[in-house]
Design a protein around this ligand. Structure first.
Ligand code: CMC
Length: 452
């Protein structure tokens, strides 16, 4: 058995194995391969080892080398990012260093979008120009409207959004020049500006109502409410409390580091496709009930529970593994999701305008009982952003099928910021995971007539 020591894959000289006194730059992981007895020292940077450094660990020269196996990427960092910081144990969420609590209290969705995309909060002049640019791009080409009108009368609005945002790439064919900064900038404005228009058109289609064009006198959230709810009035005037609650919801959904839809945007974007197609992949990923569809499932669950008396029986079913408590649990948060707390605080303002939902009592009691139950606390299952957001959407008169669409509008800023970061990151290449092949090998083809 060999006992030689191998260098890390980056060619650094191997120092003494780091002990307690080692400086960060000397941190290394010493690995001994029991198959060969060889010892390897892998550099540790930012609390990670590079998966490619494992490749040098081989049984012999013909061996492919060791890989990391990580289904669902539960312990793999796929990029370096300076956009969003989450401490899941402490329940902390920050964008570019600003806490979600401060942003929700003092900022607006478009300002947060600027922060995510341009790294810093804007000056007054920058903000004015940013808001102006987005406002004057809210209209979509008439053919987009015609295209959307081709959907079945009861088409799911999320399916319509996936298709229509992807279709925008055919209206802006130069969008595939992703390395041209100027061209990129205009697609970013268009995506932010047109997403609410597409979402509202999808809603009106689903309701069998005529589509309403944007009103550029209104703010981002107010304009969206107008496109959703304007009927015969000459001028739609949004209630400022609803407008603010919606704007806060958009802020709360703006970004959440490398979640499934953002990873989808990055993976699809890594092929150097245009940003509309990459964002369409994000919307598709968000459609799933374990991601953006969870708020819909959470509200359906509350409706199904029907009354407070039914909660114990429902929770028994969850604990027996018959179903999940939707709106609870998170891959990253092992504490109360800070977004759920902020939404809870805005519920009252919305109910003040729209009247209280009877489901609030069920949700409040369900949360209380779950947090008193060892099954949930021992697994660190707390309410996530989707537990209460459905109640606000319901109060706004939205059908459940629109809930993930609302999530998608807010998340568009995060998808764009992450896409942009990826495009500019020289370490990124086309995303292409490895696999462990478990199937048959080297079989001879048998003609169909001879197969038993
Ligand atoms: N209800 C009941 N049990 C649960 C739940 C839940 N909502 N979530 C997790 N568990 C249990 C799970 O059965 C497992 O138990 P055991 O250890 O006995 O096998 C344990 O908790 C760990 O769960 P997991 O499935 O390994 O956790 P995960 O990190 O893979 O899943 C999750 C995260 C969000 C998919 C999951 O908690 C879940 O399905 N929650 C309900 C859906 C939901 O609310 N999703 C919205 C997430 S927040 C919005 C977003 O970012 O998209």
């Amino acid at each position: 058995m060999s006992t030689e020591t191998h260098a890390g894959a980056h060619g650094e000289a191997i120092g003494q194995t780091s002990g307690n006194g080692a400086s960060a730059s000397e941190e290394r992981l010493t690995v001994t391969d029991s198959r060969t007895g060889a010892t390897y020292e892998l550099p540790i940077t930012d609390g990670t080892v590079r998966a490619m450094d494992l490749r040098q660990i081989k049984v012999d020269e013909s061996d492919f080398g060791l890989m990391a196996y990580d289904p669902a990427y539960t312990n793999t960092a796929s990029c370096r990012s300076s956009i969003t910081y989450i401490d899941g144990d402490a329940g902390i969420l920050q964008h570019r260093g600003y806490s979600i609590e401060q942003l929700c209290e003092h900022s607006t969705y478009l300002e947060v979008a600027y922060l995510l995309i341009h790294d810093e909060l804007p000056t007054e002049a920058q903000l004015q120009e940013w808001v102006h640019e987005i406002t004057i791009h809210t209209f979509v080409h008439e053919n987009v409207k015609d295209f959307m009108q081709g959907f079945r009368y009861d088409a799911n609005p999320m399916g319509m959004l996936v298709a229509s945002v992807g279709a925008l790439s055919t209206f802006y064919p130069d969008a595939n020049q992703i390395h041209d900064e100027g061209i990129r900038a205009i697609q970013i404005i268009r995506l932010l500006a047109k997403m609410p228009t597409l979402a509202a058109f999808a809603f009106r289609h689903n309701m069998g109502q005529p589509y309403v064009y944007p009103d550029n006198d209104l703010d981002y959230a107010g304009n969206f409410l107008g496109m959703m709810y304007k009927m015969t009035e000459l001028k739609y005037e949004p209630d400022p409390r609803l407008e603010r609650a919606l704007d806060v919801l958009f802020i709360l959904h703006a970004d959440h580091e490398q979640n499934a839809s953002t990873s989808a945007v990055r993976a699809v974007g890594s092929t150097q496709v245009d940003p509309y197609s990459a964002v369409a992949a994000g919307v598709a990923a968000l459609y799933g009930p374990l991601h953006g569809g969870a708020n819909e499932q959470a509200l359906r669950m509350l409706r199904r529970i029907e009354s407070v008396e039914n909660i114990p029986g429902f929770l028994e079913g969850v604990k027996a593994g018959n179903e999940r408590l939707m709106g609870f649990g998170h891959r990253v948060y092992k504490n109360y999701d800070p977004r759920a707390r902020i939404i809870r605080e805005h519920l009252d303002a919305v109910f003040e305008v729209r009247g209280k939902s009877p489901l609030l009592e069920i949700a409040t009691e369900l949360e209380k009982r779950a947090l008193d139950d060892d099954y949930f606390t021992s697994r660190k299952l707390y309410p996530n952003v989707d537990f209460y957001s459905g109640l606000i959407y319901e109060a706004l008169g939205l059908p459940v099928a629109m809930f993930p669409v609302m999530f998608a509008i807010g998340r568009t800023s995060g998808w764009i910021a992450q896409w942009l970061e990826m495009v500019k990151d020289s370490e990124q290449k086309i995303a292409r995971p490895r696999q462990i092949y478990t199937g048959e090998r080297d079989r001879d083809y048998v003609p169909v007539a001879q197969r038993g």
